[in-house]
Design a binder for this molecule. Sequence first.
Ligand code: NDP
Length: 286
Amino acid sequence: MQPTMELGHATQDGTTSHVSTVPQFGLGTFLMREAGECRDAVLAALRMGYIHIDTAMAYENEHEVGEGIQMAIDEGVIARDDLFVTTKLRRPHAVGFEETQNRCRQSLENLGLDSMDLYLVHAPPEEPDHRKPTWEGMEACLEDGLTGAIGVSNYGAHHLDKMRAHAEYMPSVNQIEIHPWLQRPGLRSATEAVGAKVMAYSPLARGHKVNDEALVEIAGEIGCTPAQAAIKWCLDMGCITIPKSSNTGRIQENLASLEVEISGHMEAFSCMEEDYVSGWDPTAEP
Ligand code: NDP
């Protein structure tokens, strides 16, 4: 049994709406570029017991995610209802109410699914005037059952705070870069304060940090691999996390993070903070 968390959307009247369950661990699929790479990685992961896949229209691989899922379903490896699929509204498409709903339908078509489990705004729409109508489009996707949950990605505390004025449903998730070298306690708290769960992307800092000296030392003491230690830290900090690998051995290795015990090493992890952003950082934008 993999660990799960409850997702819900805080409403204006103080209740929580559209409650669902998300597996805390999943497979990321960014930069799976070769033809067949993403399909094969998704199928391998599902065969091993992964039950959550994260993609985005921007990754241009939703169709391969869909193919991998369909192959796994046909093999009897997993049932659709036991699988959690997250995808995202591209930033250039986050321009308004109808566009958002149309793109959600397009993602579903790419994925070959009737509905997704979580739909995220990939980053705060660049034009501030587009933020409210885009979120209204997301809310319509939720109400129409195109997705089981809605959320945001790369939102800073100020972006979340502004949503309180207009959102009928607050986001259930904020997907942000989090790892031992970028721990973001303030943004994690701000996310939780609006009733959302933190989804940690790039838990290995895009692979840049798997040979980090401090991490290697902690992993040696624990008796696990450095990647497993970093992934388990994200989970133990209360985040959902979605490490990416296209390599069967590493896909398996990352899943085995769930079994790793790091509790005696939290102090050493907290000393690893270095404000290291491995990719982009729209959370800091106005
Ligand atoms: P990760 O931190 O997951 O690192 C992936 C890199 O690490 C790849 O190069 C991979 O190589 C390597 N790797 C994976 N496992 C291991 C291992 N066990 N040992 C050594 N190296 C390993 O980076 P991502 O940026 O891909 O983040 C994860 C996911 O988060 C993305 O795939 C995407 O789904 C999501 N994401 C979301 C963003 C957003 O803006 N919302 C931005 C960035 C990511 P290999 O494949 O060869 O194993």
